[in-house]
Design a protein around this ligand. Structure first.
Ligand SMILES: Nc1ncnc2c1ncn2[C@@H]1O[C@H](COP(=O)(O)OP(=O)(O)OP(=O)(O)O)[C@@H](O)[C@H]1O
Length: 316
Protein backbone atom coordinates (compact mmCIF):
# COMPACT_ATOMS: atom_id res chain seq x y z
CA UNK A 1 0.00 0.00 0.00
CA UNK A 2 1.28 3.45 -0.90
CA UNK A 3 1.57 5.32 2.38
CA UNK A 4 1.82 8.65 0.55
CA UNK A 5 -1.79 8.40 -0.48
CA UNK A 6 -3.36 7.46 2.82
CA UNK A 7 -6.44 9.59 3.48
CA UNK A 8 -7.56 8.03 6.74
CA UNK A 9 -5.50 6.09 9.24
CA UNK A 10 -7.00 4.21 12.18
CA UNK A 11 -4.41 2.89 14.59
CA UNK A 12 -5.18 0.52 17.46
CA UNK A 13 -8.54 2.11 18.20
CA UNK A 14 -10.50 0.58 21.06
CA UNK A 15 -13.73 1.62 22.71
CA UNK A 16 -15.67 0.24 25.65
CA UNK A 17 -19.17 1.07 26.86
CA UNK A 18 -18.73 0.26 30.53
CA UNK A 19 -17.82 -3.41 30.62
CA UNK A 20 -18.67 -4.01 26.98
CA UNK A 21 -15.73 -3.86 24.60
CA UNK A 22 -17.26 -2.53 21.36
CA UNK A 23 -13.94 -2.06 19.52
CA UNK A 24 -10.77 -3.96 20.33
CA UNK A 25 -7.64 -2.52 18.74
CA UNK A 26 -8.81 -1.73 15.20
CA UNK A 27 -6.16 -0.65 12.67
CA UNK A 28 -6.78 0.13 9.03
CA UNK A 29 -5.93 2.65 6.33
CA UNK A 30 -8.09 4.09 3.59
CA UNK A 31 -6.35 5.36 0.47
CA UNK A 32 -7.28 8.50 -1.42
CA UNK A 33 -9.93 7.82 -4.07
CA UNK A 34 -10.67 4.44 -2.52
CA UNK A 35 -14.11 3.09 -1.66
CA UNK A 36 -13.67 1.17 1.57
CA UNK A 37 -16.43 -0.90 3.15
CA UNK A 38 -16.74 -1.89 6.79
CA UNK A 39 -18.86 -5.04 6.76
CA UNK A 40 -20.21 -6.70 9.84
CA UNK A 41 -23.26 -8.10 11.58
CA UNK A 42 -25.33 -6.10 14.06
CA UNK A 43 -23.25 -5.39 17.11
CA UNK A 44 -19.94 -5.87 15.29
CA UNK A 45 -18.79 -2.35 16.15
CA UNK A 46 -19.41 -0.51 12.86
CA UNK A 47 -21.50 2.28 14.32
CA UNK A 48 -19.09 2.83 17.19
CA UNK A 49 -16.18 3.25 14.78
CA UNK A 50 -18.31 5.43 12.52
CA UNK A 51 -19.22 7.71 15.42
CA UNK A 52 -15.57 8.09 16.41
CA UNK A 53 -14.47 8.84 12.84
CA UNK A 54 -17.27 11.34 12.30
CA UNK A 55 -16.26 13.09 15.58
CA UNK A 56 -19.63 12.37 17.19
CA UNK A 57 -17.99 10.40 19.95
CA UNK A 58 -14.61 11.11 21.54
CA UNK A 59 -11.68 8.88 20.76
CA UNK A 60 -10.67 7.25 24.04
CA UNK A 61 -7.98 4.81 22.95
CA UNK A 62 -5.75 4.62 19.88
CA UNK A 63 -5.10 7.17 17.13
CA UNK A 64 -7.02 8.40 14.11
CA UNK A 65 -5.60 10.75 11.53
CA UNK A 66 -7.26 12.19 8.49
CA UNK A 67 -4.94 13.70 5.90
CA UNK A 68 -2.31 13.82 8.61
CA UNK A 69 -4.49 15.78 11.03
CA UNK A 70 -4.68 14.01 14.34
CA UNK A 71 -8.28 13.53 15.45
CA UNK A 72 -7.45 14.00 19.13
CA UNK A 73 -5.86 17.40 18.49
CA UNK A 74 -7.68 18.75 15.45
CA UNK A 75 -11.28 17.53 15.63
CA UNK A 76 -12.54 20.89 14.32
CA UNK A 77 -10.26 20.89 11.27
CA UNK A 78 -11.13 17.28 10.56
CA UNK A 79 -14.85 17.90 10.87
CA UNK A 80 -14.64 20.54 8.15
CA UNK A 81 -13.06 17.99 5.81
CA UNK A 82 -15.65 15.28 6.38
CA UNK A 83 -18.89 14.74 4.51
CA UNK A 84 -21.14 12.52 6.60
CA UNK A 85 -24.28 10.63 5.62
CA UNK A 86 -26.01 9.17 8.65
CA UNK A 87 -28.18 6.09 8.67
CA UNK A 88 -31.23 8.05 9.79
CA UNK A 89 -32.67 10.69 7.49
CA UNK A 90 -31.51 14.21 8.24
CA UNK A 91 -33.55 16.04 5.61
CA UNK A 92 -36.52 18.30 6.28
CA UNK A 93 -39.32 16.60 4.31
CA UNK A 94 -41.42 19.78 4.19
CA UNK A 95 -38.71 21.75 2.40
CA UNK A 96 -37.62 21.43 -1.20
CA UNK A 97 -34.43 19.71 -2.21
CA UNK A 98 -32.81 23.07 -2.90
CA UNK A 99 -33.95 24.58 0.42
CA UNK A 100 -32.49 21.62 2.31
CA UNK A 101 -29.15 22.29 0.68
CA UNK A 102 -29.31 26.01 1.46
CA UNK A 103 -29.90 25.37 5.17
CA UNK A 104 -27.08 22.90 5.29
CA UNK A 105 -24.76 25.30 3.47
CA UNK A 106 -25.44 28.01 6.06
CA UNK A 107 -24.24 25.63 8.79
CA UNK A 108 -20.93 25.48 6.97
CA UNK A 109 -20.70 29.25 6.54
CA UNK A 110 -21.71 29.24 2.88
CA UNK A 111 -24.04 32.03 1.70
CA UNK A 112 -25.40 33.88 -1.31
CA UNK A 113 -24.33 33.24 -4.83
CA UNK A 114 -21.42 31.01 -3.88
CA UNK A 115 -23.80 28.66 -2.04
CA UNK A 116 -26.32 28.76 -4.86
CA UNK A 117 -23.71 27.90 -7.49
CA UNK A 118 -22.27 25.14 -5.41
CA UNK A 119 -25.72 23.66 -4.68
CA UNK A 120 -26.60 23.65 -8.36
CA UNK A 121 -23.28 22.01 -9.24
CA UNK A 122 -23.75 19.24 -6.66
CA UNK A 123 -27.35 18.64 -7.75
CA UNK A 124 -26.22 18.45 -11.35
CA UNK A 125 -23.48 15.98 -10.47
CA UNK A 126 -25.93 13.71 -8.68
CA UNK A 127 -28.65 13.92 -11.33
CA UNK A 128 -30.99 15.88 -9.06
CA UNK A 129 -31.12 19.23 -10.81
CA UNK A 130 -34.57 18.67 -12.28
CA UNK A 131 -35.95 17.76 -8.86
CA UNK A 132 -34.56 20.75 -6.95
CA UNK A 133 -37.96 22.44 -6.54
CA UNK A 134 -39.68 19.25 -5.30
CA UNK A 135 -40.54 18.77 -1.65
CA UNK A 136 -38.29 16.10 -0.20
CA UNK A 137 -41.32 14.16 1.07
CA UNK A 138 -42.45 13.61 -2.51
CA UNK A 139 -39.19 11.88 -3.54
CA UNK A 140 -38.57 8.12 -3.54
CA UNK A 141 -36.34 6.65 -0.84
CA UNK A 142 -33.48 6.31 -3.31
CA UNK A 143 -33.69 9.95 -4.40
CA UNK A 144 -33.89 11.11 -0.79
CA UNK A 145 -30.65 9.24 -0.09
CA UNK A 146 -29.08 11.02 -3.02
CA UNK A 147 -30.16 14.37 -1.55
CA UNK A 148 -28.49 13.32 1.72
CA UNK A 149 -25.37 12.69 -0.32
CA UNK A 150 -25.69 16.08 -2.04
CA UNK A 151 -25.84 17.69 1.39
CA UNK A 152 -22.74 15.86 2.53
CA UNK A 153 -20.84 16.98 -0.59
CA UNK A 154 -21.84 20.62 -0.44
CA UNK A 155 -18.81 21.87 1.50
CA UNK A 156 -16.46 19.87 -0.76
CA UNK A 157 -15.21 17.41 1.85
CA UNK A 158 -12.02 15.38 1.45
CA UNK A 159 -13.60 12.19 2.77
CA UNK A 160 -17.12 10.88 2.69
CA UNK A 161 -18.32 8.75 5.59
CA UNK A 162 -21.59 6.87 5.10
CA UNK A 163 -23.32 4.78 7.76
CA UNK A 164 -25.32 1.94 6.18
CA UNK A 165 -26.23 4.15 3.20
CA UNK A 166 -28.49 1.69 1.42
CA UNK A 167 -30.45 0.36 4.34
CA UNK A 168 -34.13 0.58 3.53
CA UNK A 169 -33.60 0.95 -0.22
CA UNK A 170 -34.96 -1.60 -2.66
CA UNK A 171 -32.33 -3.53 -4.67
CA UNK A 172 -32.68 -1.27 -7.73
CA UNK A 173 -32.27 1.94 -5.76
CA UNK A 174 -29.37 0.37 -3.88
CA UNK A 175 -27.52 -0.44 -7.10
CA UNK A 176 -28.19 3.04 -8.32
CA UNK A 177 -26.83 4.60 -5.15
CA UNK A 178 -23.68 2.49 -5.21
CA UNK A 179 -23.14 3.48 -8.86
CA UNK A 180 -23.36 7.13 -7.78
CA UNK A 181 -20.65 6.54 -5.17
CA UNK A 182 -18.46 4.78 -7.74
CA UNK A 183 -18.83 7.71 -10.07
CA UNK A 184 -17.81 10.13 -7.31
CA UNK A 185 -14.75 8.02 -6.66
CA UNK A 186 -13.81 7.70 -10.33
CA UNK A 187 -14.58 11.23 -11.55
CA UNK A 188 -14.01 13.36 -8.43
CA UNK A 189 -11.39 11.16 -6.78
CA UNK A 190 -13.61 11.01 -3.71
CA UNK A 191 -12.40 8.95 -0.75
CA UNK A 192 -15.29 6.96 0.67
CA UNK A 193 -15.70 4.90 3.81
CA UNK A 194 -19.04 3.22 4.29
CA UNK A 195 -20.43 0.76 6.79
CA UNK A 196 -22.74 -1.94 5.57
CA UNK A 197 -24.24 -5.30 6.34
CA UNK A 198 -25.39 -5.69 2.74
CA UNK A 199 -23.20 -8.03 0.72
CA UNK A 200 -23.75 -6.51 -2.70
CA UNK A 201 -22.68 -3.15 -1.38
CA UNK A 202 -19.52 -4.58 0.22
CA UNK A 203 -18.70 -6.56 -2.95
CA UNK A 204 -18.47 -3.33 -4.91
CA UNK A 205 -16.00 -1.68 -2.55
CA UNK A 206 -12.31 -1.60 -3.50
CA UNK A 207 -11.43 -3.08 -0.14
CA UNK A 208 -13.44 -4.42 2.72
CA UNK A 209 -12.76 -4.74 6.44
CA UNK A 210 -14.88 -7.30 8.27
CA UNK A 211 -15.77 -6.40 11.87
CA UNK A 212 -16.87 -9.07 14.29
CA UNK A 213 -17.36 -8.48 18.01
CA UNK A 214 -15.10 -5.44 17.92
CA UNK A 215 -12.27 -7.15 16.03
CA UNK A 216 -11.21 -6.61 12.45
CA UNK A 217 -11.20 -10.26 11.38
CA UNK A 218 -10.36 -9.66 7.70
CA UNK A 219 -9.08 -6.89 5.48
CA UNK A 220 -8.57 -6.97 1.72
CA UNK A 221 -10.20 -6.70 -1.69
CA UNK A 222 -13.40 -8.75 -2.02
CA UNK A 223 -11.53 -11.19 -4.28
CA UNK A 224 -8.63 -11.57 -1.85
CA UNK A 225 -11.03 -12.27 0.98
CA UNK A 226 -13.00 -14.81 -1.02
CA UNK A 227 -9.82 -16.64 -1.93
CA UNK A 228 -9.37 -17.35 1.79
CA UNK A 229 -12.27 -19.77 1.51
CA UNK A 230 -11.04 -23.03 0.02
CA UNK A 231 -12.71 -23.82 -3.30
CA UNK A 232 -16.51 -23.94 -3.58
CA UNK A 233 -19.09 -23.81 -0.83
CA UNK A 234 -21.63 -26.63 -0.52
CA UNK A 235 -24.50 -26.25 1.94
CA UNK A 236 -26.60 -29.30 2.75
CA UNK A 237 -29.99 -29.21 4.40
CA UNK A 238 -30.59 -32.27 6.54
CA UNK A 239 -32.95 -33.28 9.34
CA UNK A 240 -29.98 -34.63 11.27
CA UNK A 241 -27.12 -32.31 10.40
CA UNK A 242 -24.66 -33.45 13.06
CA UNK A 243 -24.96 -37.11 12.06
CA UNK A 244 -24.62 -36.23 8.41
CA UNK A 245 -21.61 -34.02 9.15
CA UNK A 246 -19.81 -36.96 10.74
CA UNK A 247 -20.72 -39.35 7.95
CA UNK A 248 -19.47 -36.91 5.29
CA UNK A 249 -16.23 -36.29 7.18
CA UNK A 250 -15.56 -40.04 7.44
CA UNK A 251 -16.51 -40.84 3.88
CA UNK A 252 -14.83 -37.93 2.08
CA UNK A 253 -12.02 -37.04 4.48
CA UNK A 254 -13.09 -33.38 4.42
CA UNK A 255 -13.89 -31.00 7.26
CA UNK A 256 -17.59 -30.11 7.24
CA UNK A 257 -19.12 -27.87 9.89
CA UNK A 258 -22.69 -27.29 11.02
CA UNK A 259 -23.76 -23.65 10.74
CA UNK A 260 -27.32 -22.66 11.57
CA UNK A 261 -28.53 -26.25 11.26
CA UNK A 262 -26.98 -26.85 7.84
CA UNK A 263 -23.93 -28.90 6.96
CA UNK A 264 -21.40 -26.71 5.22
CA UNK A 265 -18.40 -27.91 3.27
CA UNK A 266 -15.66 -25.83 1.65
CA UNK A 267 -14.23 -28.00 -1.09
CA UNK A 268 -12.52 -27.89 -4.48
CA UNK A 269 -14.56 -29.29 -7.38
CA UNK A 270 -17.81 -28.65 -5.54
CA UNK A 271 -19.94 -29.88 -8.44
CA UNK A 272 -18.32 -33.33 -8.31
CA UNK A 273 -18.67 -33.43 -4.53
CA UNK A 274 -22.40 -32.58 -4.78
CA UNK A 275 -22.92 -35.51 -7.12
CA UNK A 276 -20.98 -37.89 -4.86
CA UNK A 277 -22.54 -36.75 -1.59
CA UNK A 278 -26.07 -37.02 -2.93
CA UNK A 279 -25.33 -40.48 -4.26
CA UNK A 280 -23.82 -41.57 -0.94
CA UNK A 281 -26.39 -40.08 1.45
CA UNK A 282 -29.55 -39.52 -0.56
CA UNK A 283 -31.67 -40.69 2.38
CA UNK A 284 -30.28 -38.02 4.74
CA UNK A 285 -30.33 -35.01 2.41
CA UNK A 286 -33.26 -32.61 1.99
CA UNK A 287 -31.58 -30.10 -0.32
CA UNK A 288 -28.14 -29.04 -1.51
CA UNK A 289 -26.86 -25.67 -2.69
CA UNK A 290 -23.49 -25.07 -4.20
CA UNK A 291 -21.67 -21.93 -5.28
CA UNK A 292 -18.57 -19.81 -5.36
CA UNK A 293 -17.73 -18.18 -2.02
CA UNK A 294 -19.31 -14.84 -1.18
CA UNK A 295 -18.24 -12.40 1.52
CA UNK A 296 -20.86 -14.05 3.74
CA UNK A 297 -18.93 -17.31 3.32
CA UNK A 298 -15.73 -15.50 4.25
CA UNK A 299 -17.43 -14.37 7.45
CA UNK A 300 -18.59 -17.92 8.27
CA UNK A 301 -15.15 -19.26 7.40
CA UNK A 302 -13.52 -16.86 9.85
CA UNK A 303 -16.04 -16.82 12.68
CA UNK A 304 -18.22 -19.93 12.36
CA UNK A 305 -21.30 -17.68 12.40
CA UNK A 306 -23.72 -16.39 9.81
CA UNK A 307 -23.27 -12.73 8.92
CA UNK A 308 -26.93 -12.08 9.57
CA UNK A 309 -30.14 -13.79 10.62
CA UNK A 310 -32.00 -15.57 7.83
CA UNK A 311 -35.03 -13.29 7.71
CA UNK A 312 -32.84 -10.19 7.25
CA UNK A 313 -31.17 -11.79 4.27
CA UNK A 314 -34.34 -11.72 2.25
CA UNK A 315 -35.60 -8.36 3.42
CA UNK A 316 -32.26 -6.48 3.30
N1 LIG B 1 -24.48 3.36 23.99
C1 LIG B 1 -24.12 2.10 24.22
N2 LIG B 1 -24.07 1.61 25.47
C2 LIG B 1 -23.70 0.34 25.72
N3 LIG B 1 -23.36 -0.56 24.76
C3 LIG B 1 -23.40 -0.12 23.49
C4 LIG B 1 -23.79 1.22 23.15
N4 LIG B 1 -23.74 1.34 21.81
C5 LIG B 1 -23.34 0.14 21.32
N5 LIG B 1 -23.13 -0.75 22.33
C6 LIG B 1 -22.67 -2.13 22.19
O1 LIG B 1 -21.40 -2.12 21.54
C7 LIG B 1 -21.31 -3.18 20.59
C8 LIG B 1 -21.04 -2.61 19.20
O2 LIG B 1 -22.19 -1.86 18.80
P1 LIG B 1 -22.27 -1.03 17.42
O3 LIG B 1 -23.55 -0.27 17.45
O4 LIG B 1 -21.01 -0.29 17.25
O5 LIG B 1 -22.31 -2.22 16.38
P2 LIG B 1 -22.81 -2.19 14.86
O6 LIG B 1 -21.90 -3.11 14.15
O7 LIG B 1 -22.88 -0.82 14.37
O8 LIG B 1 -24.24 -2.79 14.97
P3 LIG B 1 -25.61 -2.21 14.33
O9 LIG B 1 -25.51 -2.55 12.87
O10 LIG B 1 -26.65 -3.00 15.06
O11 LIG B 1 -25.66 -0.74 14.63
C9 LIG B 1 -22.62 -3.94 20.70
O12 LIG B 1 -22.42 -5.02 21.55
C10 LIG B 1 -23.57 -2.94 21.30
O13 LIG B 1 -24.57 -3.59 22.05
Amino acid sequence: MNRQNVALRVDEVSHAYGERQALAGISLEVQQAEMFGLLGPNGGGKTTLFKILSTLMPLTQGRVSIFDHDLADHAGAIRARLGVVFQHPSLDPKLTVFENLQHHGHLYGLWGNALRQRSLAVLQRLGLLERRRDLVETLSGGLQRRVELAKALLHEPSILLLDEPSTGLDPGARLDFTATLEELRDKQQATILLTTHILEEAERCDRVGILHEGHLVALGTPDELKRQVGGDVVVIDSLEPETLRQRIAERFGCDPVVVDGNVRVEIEQGHAFVRDVVEAFADAIQAVTFGKPTLADVFIHLTGHQLWARQEETSA
